[in-house]
Design a protein around this ligand. Structure first.
Ligand SMILES: Cc1cc2nc3c(=O)[nH]c(=O)nc-3n(C[C@H](O)[C@H](O)[C@H](O)COP(=O)(O)OP(=O)(O)OC[C@H]3O[C@@H](n4cnc5c(N)ncnc54)[C@H](O)[C@@H]3O)c2cc1C
Length: 310
């Protein structure tokens, strides 16, 4: 079990999450020569990997796929040789003026922690889902981005729902099921979905039951008081996301505002950005936070800036 608790490592800034927010923060800290450890449970790049086509990130006038921009971000990140652990943070505690970051493979200590853990999907109430189809249900597109000639249902009507449908419609038949009549996505995404012969958009369908049929998913919906059903190979739920903060221990929750105010704890990117969740905003948060930390360390208890960085 790895246990980094020596004084030098206590001086490292620890970043939880390797999406655009955490990466931008780590790279900027590195530019200041401030020791940083980034902890990521999956792979560097975060949620952006799921984006079909990113058209609002500066520097890509013709747009770029989520996968391609993430590959570029990974090259950029790796070039900076930032200390990284690929483990899940299970608990963040604050005890005797220090953070304890417990992971699946040991614990770390730090005086300053940056939470850049993004969001987690809101789950479909799965009490009645048969085991046989659970492995055909997803909340992100990246897990089935290579499938072909399938019929895939998307539950939701926001940007992510339409983005997933457009992405997978290159090789599959897609059906978007909206439980309301209101569409909450960018007009351009809706237009693109309408122009695809492989995408069917259905309104007023409320999902009520999932079962197995012919080794596929039988999805039952209520439509104008009638039961309607569809046979699908996979379903992607895009029914909203919420902050990924499950690892916060009560010792942090109890003094959360104070830790933020005293600049011991920073929370950046999608995890705190509500409806304004975008990669460029997350990256901006990361750079800004690193600059604030740099400023902070320069003033720390009269310790000269350069000394603290050793
Ligand atoms: C379909 C889709 C399309 C999109 N299109 C665009 C677009 O065109 N333009 C745009 O700007 N944005 C787009 N976005 C939004 C963009 O992906 C996010 O705004 C951005 O990724 C947020 O960055 P972040 O670093 O805050 O969080 P995330 O990217 O979510 O990164 C958080 C990271 O933290 C890690 N993590 C979480 N919990 C833990 C833990 N306990 N321990 C260790 N690691 C942990 C996660 O594994 C993840 O890698 C899109 C999103 C989706 C879903």
């Amino acid at each position: 079990m790895e246990n980094i608790s020596n004084p030098n490592n206590q001086k490292s800034i620890i970043i939880i999450g390797g999406g655009p927010a955490g990466i931008a923060c780590a790279i900027q800290l590195k530019r200041y020569d401030i020791p940083v450890l980034l902890i990521e449970k999956s792979e560097i790049g975060g949620l952006l990997f799921n984006a079909n086509f990113v058209e609002n990130y500066l520097g890509f006038p013709d747009g770029i796929s989520g996968e391609d921009i993430v590959r570029r971000i990974q090259v950029h990140y790796n070039k900076n040789e930032i200390e990284t652990r690929f483990v899940n943070v299970v608990s963040l505690e604050y005890i005797e003026n220090k953070f304890i970051i417990r992971t699946t493979k040991g614990k770390y200590y730090s005086e300053i922690v940056v939470i850049a853990s993004g969001t987690k999907p809101k789950l479909f109430d799965n009490k009645k889902i048969p085991d046989a189809i659970i492995e055909k249900l997803f909340y992100e597109v990246k897990h089935i981005s290579n499938v072909q000639n399938k019929t895939i249902g998307i539950i939701g009507a926001g940007d992510a729902a339409f983005d997933y449908a457009i992405n997978l419609s290159k090789n599959n038949k897609m059906i978007i099921f909206n439980k309301n009549k209101t569409i909450k996505c960018l007009p351009l995404l809706f237009r693109r979905s309408q122009n695809s012969k492989n995408i069917t958009y259905l309104e007023d369908r409320k999902l009520i039951r999932l079962s197995e049929s012919e080794k596929r998913i039988r999805a039952n919906f209520i439509f104008f008081n009638k039961d309607e059903n569809y046979l699908l190979d996979y379903i992607i739920f895009a029914i909203g996301r919420e902050p990924e903060l499950d690892f916060l221990n009560s010792s942090v929750i109890d003094c959360y505002d104070e830790l933020l105010k005293n600049k011991k704890l920073f929370v950046i990117g999608d995890v705190k950005n509500g409806i304004t969740r975008q990669a460029s905003i997350a990256a901006g948060d990361g750079v800004k936070t690193a600059m604030i930390i740099n400023d902070l360390l320069g003033e720390k208890d009269g310790i000269p800036h350069e000394e603290y960085r050793k």
